[in-house]
Design a binder for this molecule. Sequence first.
Ligand code: B1M
Length: 219
Amino acid sequence: LPLGERLERRVVDGERGGLEADLDAALAERPALEIINDTLLSGMKTVGELFGSGQMQLPFVLQSAEVMKAAVAYLEPYMEKAADGGNVAGKGTIVLATVKGDVHDIGKNLVDIILSNNGYDVVNIGIKQSLSAILDAAEEQDADVIGMSGLLVKSTVIMKENLEELNRRGLAARFPVILGGAALTRAYVEQDLHEIYDGEVRYARDAFEGLRLMDALVA
Ligand code: B1M
C-alpha cells in the first residue's frame, strides 16, 4: 500500500508495529498536522463508521484509539508552533475537560496541542470531569475560558446541565465556554444553549475553530 493508505490502515486495524517508521517517512513528505488531519483522522472516521454499523467490536476500537494516540504523541514535537513563539505562553488560560461520564479524549487532547502551540496556557484536567472539578480548576488557575468536550449524546445533556449550573452559581458572566465533540451540532450550541446560558457559549467544530474562538474570546 502507498504510505498514506498504510498509515490510515494502521489506525483502522489498530496495528502499532512499524508505526514510527511510517510516520518518519510521512514527515519527510508532509507537515505533521496534515498527516493527522488528512490521514489519521480519516482512519478514526472509518473506525467510527465500522463500530456504528456493528462491523467492529469495542476492544478493536480501543486498539485503534491507542494507535491514534501513539501517532499524535509521536508527531507532537513536529507540529508547527506559532510564529510569535507559541510556546511562550501567556495569551490566556483555558481549562479543558471531557465531561462527566465520557471517556473520549483524543479530540480534547488535539485541542490541547493546538492551543498550547499557539500561545495559550491549557489546563487539561482529563476525562469524566464533574462541573465542580472543572470549576475548581478554573478558579484556581484564574482561567479565561472553560472548554468542555464530549462525544456521547448523553454528554450534550451534561453540557447543558453544566451551563445551567454556571447560571445558578452566578458564574456565567465570568466564564465564556467553548464546547466541542462529535455529538454536538452547531445549531444545538449556537441556538439552544446560547439561549439558556447567561454568558458566552460557542461551538468549535474542530481544534482550529477552537483556536479562532480563543483568539476572539480572550483578545
Ligand atoms: Co466511542 N463512541 N464509545 N470509544 N467512539 C463514539 C463517540 C460513537 C459515535 C461511535 C459510534 O457509535 N459510531 C458512539 C457514541 C454514540 C452516541 O452517544 N450516540 C460511541 C460509543 C457508543 C461508545 C461507548 C458507549 C461504547 C460502549 O461501551 N458500548 C463507550 C463510551 C464510554 C464512555 O465514554 N463512558 C465508548 C468507548 C470508546 C473507546 C474507549 C473504545 C474509544 C475512546 C478512546 C479515547 O478517546 N481515549 C472510542 C472511540 C475511539 C470512538 C470513535 C470511534 C472515535 C472518536 C475519536 O477519537 N475521534 C467515535 C466515533 C465518532 O466520533 N464518530 C466513538 C477522533 C477525534 C479527533 O475526534 O473527538 O470528535 P473528536 O474531536 C474533534 C472535534 O469534535 C473537535 O476537535 C477534534 C478534531 O479537531 N473537538 C473539540 C472535540 N472536543 C473539542 C473541544 C473543543 C473544541 C473542539 O473545545 C473545548
